[in-house]
Structure formats: structure tokens, C-alpha cells
Design a protein around this ligand. Structure first.
Ligand code: G3I
Length: 369
């Protein structure tokens, strides 16, 4: 017996430590018993154009979502003319690395092609025409990736912080019913796919109330909804952990899982608190861009600690959390460099501008252990 242990320890010392640590020390390994850990991919990552970024995606993440290429303006730029090259590549990548692949997003008022709501005279389409366009878009896209895309953000950002419905054209023409319709069409196209409602600032009490009501309404009508995607575009002060936790608990009490989606922690000063409404812009000024040449150690430590607080919360509620997805891989890619103030230098993600692994990765791995 001792002889065997002795031989094993000799073999262990012969394994190069780099190989050992690569196997044992990745985010997806560390969190494999807790929840999927994902990232949003841009086109260069989808096409694996940059080897370093491709290796990060392959080694660190167990789930992927497309940052832009599955939005309706890209998938159906003209009525009936679909463009699937990028989305096909994205879904194939997920299969190649055995990832939990997420489709984002079927029905969203933004990044939507101009033709969607108007007839050939430029007038709003009728109720029947809009229903038919939604059904055709959803059925075509979901059917194409049936069984391969495991979960869909069916409807994105339809409810405001005060709990009212966003006055989008979907709402103006179809009323609240556009949400159940979208879920019904998606369910018909792939009965096995998980279906989600995804939104930002979902810790606001008014929003919680309306989203919970909507989830219950779908369920009571036998329409499938599996999860609420809680976008997590957070900053150093907002939201509080208590606010975020309260929302996780409320959504799961309504009978769905929670996806922590679009996670990025901005270290920059915020003009107003968190938001992801891309039309909310603020003018550039130097005071709002304090870390142009690098992030000072003390600021990075505070940033790491806040990330750790959130990951502790996700672990505490791991039975409720299906997936945690970062909104991007590297800081260079992050939309936060241009939002809400254009042209800033932000550091919200786990890999730096040169694809180097930040210390946060090791810290989050240790946390899971
Ligand atoms: O497609 C054009 C391209 O032709 C042009 O050359 C290029 C030049 O800037 O712009 C390209 O469009 C950009 C598009 O992303 C695709 O790359 C837009 O300028 C840019 O504004 C757009 O931003 C995306 C944004 O959604 C649009 O609303 C961000 O990358 C993306 O991270 C962001 O993601 C959203 C989620 O889908 C939903 N929740 C909020 C989140 C942040 O807004």
C-alpha cells in the first residue's frame, strides 16, 4: 500500500504544474457543481480569430451567449431574408466545446430591423400582421437551432423600473399580450428549450412586482417560462446586495430559476446609478474617466471585493441560480467603455485588454472551493 502511494506521489511530481493547474483551476471546473458560468461572445471570439481569447472561452466557460449576432436586426435584416452565418458559427462553437448555449434575444424593442412594425406605406402594422411577423421570426430562428440552443431570452427589457410596461411598438400594437404570445411561439418551435424573460435593474420593487405577475400569468395559462434573466450591469455602489438578493428570492418564489445575465462590474463613477438602457447617454468629461492609464491597486482590490460579495451571494442561492454569465470576455470588448459615457476606459471583466487573466479569476475559483 505504502509502495503504491509512494509511486503515485512520484508520478504526481512528474506532472508539470502548469498542466495540473490548468485542469484544476478554471472557472468552469470550480463552479461545475453550482451553476453554469458563461460569457457573451463578440464576432472575433465566435470565429476564434484571436487564439488567446479563443483559449479563454474554451478553458474557462461552460456556457456562451452571442453579444449581438442573434438579435433580430442581424438575423432578419429584411422581411423573410435571414442571415444565419454568424449565428450558425456561434452555435457550432457551443457544440464543439460542449457548452450550454444561449440564444439572445428573440423579441426586443432595440436592435430590431426597421421594417418590423411598418407596412409598405410606413404605417403601423395591424395586430394580426405583427403577430404573424413575431411568429415567423421566432419559429424560423428557434426551429433552426432546435435541440442545440438550450435556452432562449425570449423577451428582453419590456418592463420599466416603476413596473409599467415599456411603451414599445410591441406594447402599443399588441398590449401586454405580446409577451405570452412570444413565449407560446418559442415553446411551439422547441418544446425542450428553456425559455427566459431577461431585463436590467430587476431589483427595483416595481419591476419585481410586474415581472412576478407576468411569470405567474404565463404559468397559470400553461405557457412555458423557465427563468428570469437578471441582468447584472452593476457598479461599485448600486445595487446593494440586499436589493439583489431580495429579487432572486422573489423570482424563484414565483416558480422559476434565476439566470444572472450580463454581469459586468464597472469601476468608474456613475452619473446616476445602474441602467442598461442604451439610449441613456451622458456627455464625456475628464472627471468621469479617472483610470485612463490603468487601475490603481486599491481600486482593483475594492472591485475584487465587490465581485466576491456577489459571487458569495450567487453561491448562497446556487439552488436557485441556473447560470452566471459575464457580459464579455475582455475589458477591450466591453460595452461599458462607451456607456453611459462614450470613450472611457473601464475594467469590468475578468480578462484584461491583452487577454491576460486578472487575479480576480483565481479569487473566484478559491471562493467556489
Ligand atoms: O453593426 C455595426 C457595424 O456595422 C459598425 O461598423 C459598428 C461601428 O461602431 O457598429 C456596429 O453596431 C454596434 C453593435 O453593438 C454591434 O456590434 C453598435 O454601434 C453598438 O452600439 C452595439 O452595442 C451593443 C448594444 O447591446 C446595442 O444595444 C453592445 O455591443 C451590446 O453589448 C449591448 O448588449 C445589450 C444586451 O443585448 C441587452 N441588455 C443591455 C446590453 C447593453 O446595452
Amino acid at each position: 500500500m505504502n509502495k503504491i502511494l509512494f509511486s503515485l506521489s512520484i508520478v504526481a511530481t512528474m506532472i508539470p504544474s502548469a498542466i495540473f493547474s490548468q485542469q484544476a483551476n478554471t472557472l468552469k471546473e470550480a463552479y461545475k457543481d453550482d451553476f453554469f458560468i458563461g460569457a457573451a461572445l463578440d464576432l472575433s471570439q465566435i470565429y476564434e480569430a484571436d487564439k488567446q481569447a479563443a483559449d479563454i472561452v474554451k478553458n474557462q466557460f461552460s456556457s456562451i451567449v452571442a453579444e449581438n449576432c442573434m438579435k433580430s436586426m442581424f438575423l432578419q435584416p429584411k422581411e423573410g431574408q435571414f442571415f444565419f452565418d454568424d449565428a450558425d458559427k456561434f452555435v457550432a462553437l457551443g457544440e464543439k466545446y460542449n457548452m450550454f448555449t444561449i440564444g439572445h434575444t428573440l423579441i426586443w424593442h432595440s436592435q430590431l430591423p426597421d421594417w418590423f412594425f411598418v407596412d409598405k406605406n410606413g404605417k403601423d402594422v395591424s395586430v394580426e400582421v405583427l403577430k404573424q411577423r413575431m411568429k415567423s421570426h421566432i419559429s424560423t430562428v428557434v426551429t433552426r437551432y432546435k435541440g442545440r440552443v438550450k435556452g432562449w431570452d425570449v423577451v428582453n427589457e419590456a418592463i420599466m423600473e416603476n413596473g409599467s410596461y415599456r411603451k414599445s411598438k410591441f406594447y402599443e400594437i399588441l398590449g401586454e399580450e405580446f409577451i405570452p404570445l412570444a413565449f407560446k411561439y418559442a415553446q411551439e418551435a422547441d418544446p425542450d428549450a428553456e425559455l427566459y424573460y431577461n431585463d436590467y435593474n430587476e431589483w427595483h420593487p416595481g419591476k419585481i412586482e410586474t415581472v412576478v405577475k407576468m411569470v405567474k400569468n404565463l404559468k397559470s395559462r400553461g405557457i412555458r417560462i423557465d427563468g428570469v434573466g437578471m441582468q447584472a450591469h452593476i457598479d461599485m455602489t448600486s445595487p446593494t446586495l440586499a436589493e439583489y438578493e431580495n429579487a432572486i428570492v422573489k423570482y424563484t418564489a414565483a416558480g422559476v430559476k434565476v439566470n444572472i445575465t450580463e454581469l459586468d462590474l464597472s469601476v468608474l463613477p456613475s452619473p446616476w446609478g445602474t441602467s442598461a438602457n442604451i439610449s441613456d447617454k451622458v456627455e464625456y468629461n475628464e472627471k468621469m474617466n479617472p483610470y485612463k492609464t490603468g487601475l490603481p491597486k486599491d481600486a482593483e482590490e475594492k472591485w475584487e471585493n465587490r465581485y466576491a460579495d456577489f459571487f458569495r451571494l450567487f453561491l448562497k442561492h446556487k439552488s436557485k441560480v441556473r447560470r452566471v454569465t459575464l457580459w464579455g470576455v475582455t475589458d477591450a470588448q466591453s460595452w461599458k467603455n462607451d456607456f453611459p459615457v462614450k470613450g472611457r476606459t473601464d475594467y469590468p471583466l475578468f480578462f484584461d485588454r491583452n487577454c491576460n487573466t486578472k487575479p480576480i479569476v483565481e479569487k473566484m475559483i478559491q471562493l467556489a472551493k
